[in-house]
Design a protein around this ligand. Structure first.
Ligand SMILES: [Ca+2]
Length: 397
């Protein structure tokens, strides 16, 4: 399997090489670069402010070019033509964990938002939040029938519910893959050291990324090709496991490759990579491993090590981002951008022409970086948990 993947990648590399910096045919997908991105060619521009603990930014994929901003306190705001609308698109402050509203820092609240792949036609979107008792909920909502800028608050249907043993490590990211299935990140349940052994225990949904079909049955169906559907010792929803607390994953919009940032405990933060042709079942190592370093030790079958890890000399908690596929900054093409919550550093990861992973620190900001995200055009944003939204812009504009 690995040999096949490498062969496929080499074919792609040959097809795209040497169009690594400037591509002129839409059918060509750049997956590698000959050189590092030059940090003097781009900057961060503040495009919105005044938000309350923003955690995520995304778009509806409906051609409206609206930007949706997720606040931990239970609200989603629309940024349209440069202005945050007067009324929130969505508001579930009354449903979420009280700690998410009253505490200065919490891992609870409204954590994820994903629009259905057919949102333009069906108006359906999904949220991930912790409820008033601290449990994880994934719910389906619908846009208001007469106003595209307001969600129908009465349309909520709970899809998925899971009690959480501790207040931290709730994961929270949800996103549709290129296969149309909904992927859900669940942390190991919390406390420290993974007391439940959730990372390596495939009978627990915690410590995993789930993959479910939201269209074929209510509340959801298991995709027939999920890796553990026939395994009596594993839950059928699990797509990948061995994860401590994935804080944002994303799919490359051109290739379908998946990038996952897994927050470490006290020493190592990591980025994991899953190629688009993965059949699932990857074990990302926790808590046998923390990054590329032995943690509890023991056996981690099918362990897939991260493509990058960094020590706490450079930060404290990784915030996963997205691979740049926009047009404004050609020099960032095919670079996966991510950062750190404590140090404000932003790094880029890319593959060189030999398809080896390369990494460089691109920026040292002063921001508590809670998330990255894309707009419809593929331009990339950074969320400042203090309340602002920044966009990567070319220098000179
Ligand atoms: Ca790992």
């Amino acid at each position: 399997m690995q040999a096949l993947r490498i062969a496929v990648l080499i074919i792609f590399a040959v097809v795209t090489f040497p169009l690594t910096q400037a591509q002129d045919a839409e059918s060509e997908i750049t997956i590698s670069r000959e050189s590092a991105p030059d940090p003097t060619t781009f900057k961060l521009t503040q495009v919105a402010a005044g938000l309350t603990r923003p955690l995520y930014v995304t778009h509806a994929g409906d051609g409206s070019n609206r930007i949706f901003l997720v606040e931990q306190v239970g609200k989603v705001w629309i940024l349209k033509n440069g202005l945050i609308q007067a009324q929130p698109f969505f508001d579930i402050e009354g449903l979420i964990s009280p700690g998410a509203i009253t505490n200065s820092f919490s891992e609870q609240g409204l954590l994820g938002l994903a629009f259905h792949s057919d949102y333009r036609d069906n108006g359906v979107f999904f949220v991930n939040y912790t409820d008033r008792r601290g449990g994880t909920v994934v719910a389906r909502f619908r846009v208001d029938a007469s106003n595209p800028d307001i969600a129908d608050a009465a349309s909520g249907q709970i899809l998925f519910q899971l009690s959480q043993p501790y207040a931290n490590h709730n994961g929270g990211h949800i996103e549709f893959g290129p296969d149309g299935y909904l992927y859900i990140a669940l942390g190991d349940g919390g406390a420290a050291n993974d007391p439940l052994g959730a990372g390596q225990n495939r009978q627990l949904l915690l410590g995993s990324i789930l993959r479910i079909d939201v269209d074929s049955a209510a509340p959801y169906a298991i995709p027939p090709d999920n890796p553990f559907v026939d395994d009596l010792n594993a839950r059928a929803e699990i797509w990948a496991y061995g994860l401590r607390n994935v804080w944002r994953f994303s799919f490359d919009r051109l290739t379908g490759d998946m990038y996952m940032a897994d927050v470490g405990q006290n020493q190592w933060e990591e980025i994991n990579f899953q190629p688009a042709d993965s059949i699932g079942g990857e074990n990302y190592g926790w808590n046998v491993w923390e990054g590329n370093h032995v943690f509890a030790g023991g056996n981690a079958p099918n362990h897939v090590p991260p493509i990058f890890d960094y020590s706490h000399a450079f930060g404290c908690s990784v915030t996963g981002g997205v691979i740049y596929r926009g047009e404004a900054i050609p020099d960032l093409q095919a670079v996966y951008l991510f950062g750190d919550w404590c140090s404000g550093r932003i790094w880029g990861i890319w593959r060189d022409p030999a398809l080896a992973w390369q990494t460089r620190e691109l920026m040292k900001t002063e921001l508590p970086i809670s998330s990255f995200g894309e707009d419809e055009a593929g331009e990339v944003y950074v969320i400042d948990y203090g309340g602002a939204l920044y966009r990567f812009d070319p220098v000179g504009n």
